[in-house]
Write a protein that binds this ligand. Structure first.
Ligand SMILES: NC(=O)c1ccc[n+]([C@@H]2O[C@H](COP(=O)([O-])OP(=O)(O)OC[C@H]3O[C@@H](n4cnc5c(N)ncnc54)[C@H](OP(=O)(O)O)[C@@H]3O)[C@@H](O)[C@H]2O)c1
Length: 321
């Protein structure tokens, strides 16, 4: 988040960094200065204009109302407020107009959903979107810094023996593919899969959109990918889809399979654009189209999207890298 604020010349002199008591000794660098990390507290938000939250649902539920009451605008990365009526859920390139009303609290969508939505929005506008079937291949950094340490330990240990389970007993990330992200819901889907369903409908403004998702964790450090099949209201040639994506902000077409050019996590790390490729007609559906998406889950999937929202809320420009 700090790196993105710096790169985009966000107009802040000295951000106030808040975390828990665990980070009491921590200092983080911003524009050449080492800033202390302070424990969040009741008075911490006094005089703050903008608060970027990235600490999980319980922390957002507890402290976002305190920040709003102190007069700050809040951009929240957690899912605590995403499904509340009246809380805008924003991907600026798609529904950024919701920020014109300067809402006090804006929810930043799920990391896989943001990338998916950038690929879907131009198709939906041009040809009507009826159904989406998506399988994600999600990087371990999406589960936070501790999970990433666990992947690295597991990869080292797994070279000599079966990688150990995670500290909480769940299956290892290393050398594995885990078809569970977040908890299971009563309908057999995981919470992560239902986030994709609910958030796609809300952001695209298509409440009855048919969406079916399978969310999978893969042993990748950074970069979420997804295999997507859509049914449109009319047939669409792959070249028409590529043309639509090329003219849509935040999307980059990487689709020359004969030269091994397609979207991959290793190549999106550190980049802002969501990459789309492997575009082909769905052989099972005349109105269907299949494609593959990859994006940096820590940038467009989290920090970048949050900072773009903040720029619009504060009247700043939304640039691109
Ligand atoms: N990683 C992604 O790709 C991604 C993408 C989109 C959305 N998100 C969402 O963003 C949120 C944060 O995810 P993350 O991956 O950044 O997690 P993370 O790496 O585990 O970081 C969590 C942060 O929250 C702080 N924190 C934890 N408990 C706290 C408390 N009680 N009071 C104050 N601060 C506290 C931690 O500081 P301490 O160490 O001091 O506790 C740490 O700075 C989650 O809701 C996640 O779902 C993540």
């Amino acid at each position: 988040m700090l790196a993105v604020l710096d790169e985009r010349n966000f107009p802040v002199d000295r951000p106030l960094l808040l975390a828990s008591e665990r980070s009491a000794e921590l200092k983080l660098s911003f524009r050449g200065e080492l800033l202390p990390v302070e424990p969040v507290s009741a008075g911490a938000f006094d005089g703050i204009e903008l608060a970027l939250f990235a600490a999980g649902n319980p922390v957002s539920t507890r402290w976002a109302p305190v920040a709003c009451a102190a007069g700050a605008r809040v951009v929240d990365n957690s899912s605590a407020f995403r499904y509340q009526d009246g809380v805008p859920l924003v991907v600026p390139e798609v529904n950024g107009q919701l920020l014109d009303a300067r809402p006090p609290l804006v929810a930043n969508p799920n990391c896989s959903t943001i990338a998916l939505i950038l690929a879907l929005a131009p198709l939906a506008r041009a040809a009507g979107l009826e159904r989406v079937v998506v399988s994600t291949y999600q990087a371990v950094s999406g589960a936070g810094a501790e999970a990433l340490d666990e992947l690295e330990r597991g990869v080292r240990a797994g070279l000599d023996r079966r990688p150990p389970p995670a500290a909480d007993g769940s299956p290892p990330f290393a050398f594995n593919v885990v078809p569970r992200i977040d908890r299971f819901e009563d309908n057999g889907y995981t919470r992560e899969e239902m986030k994709i369903v609910w958030e796609s409908r809300k952001i695209l403004g298509i409440p009855d959109l048919a969406v079916s998702a399978t969310a999978v964790r893969v042993p990748v450090r950074v970069g979420h990918s997804a295999a997507v099949t859509v049914r449109l209201s009319r047939p669409m040639d792959p070249e028409e889809a590529r043309t639509l994506w090329r003219s849509f902000p935040g999307v980059e077409v990487v689709d020359t399979p004969e030269l091994d050019r397609y979207p991959m996590p290793l190549e999106v790390e550190g980049r802002d654009a969501v990459r789309v490729g492997r575009t082909r007609r769905d052989l099972s559906d005349p109105n269907g189209l299949c494609f593959f998406v990859a994006s940096d889950n820590l940038r467009k999937g989290a920090a970048l999207n949050a900072v773009q929202i903040a720029e619009q809320l504060c009247g700043e420009r939304a640039g691109a890298r």
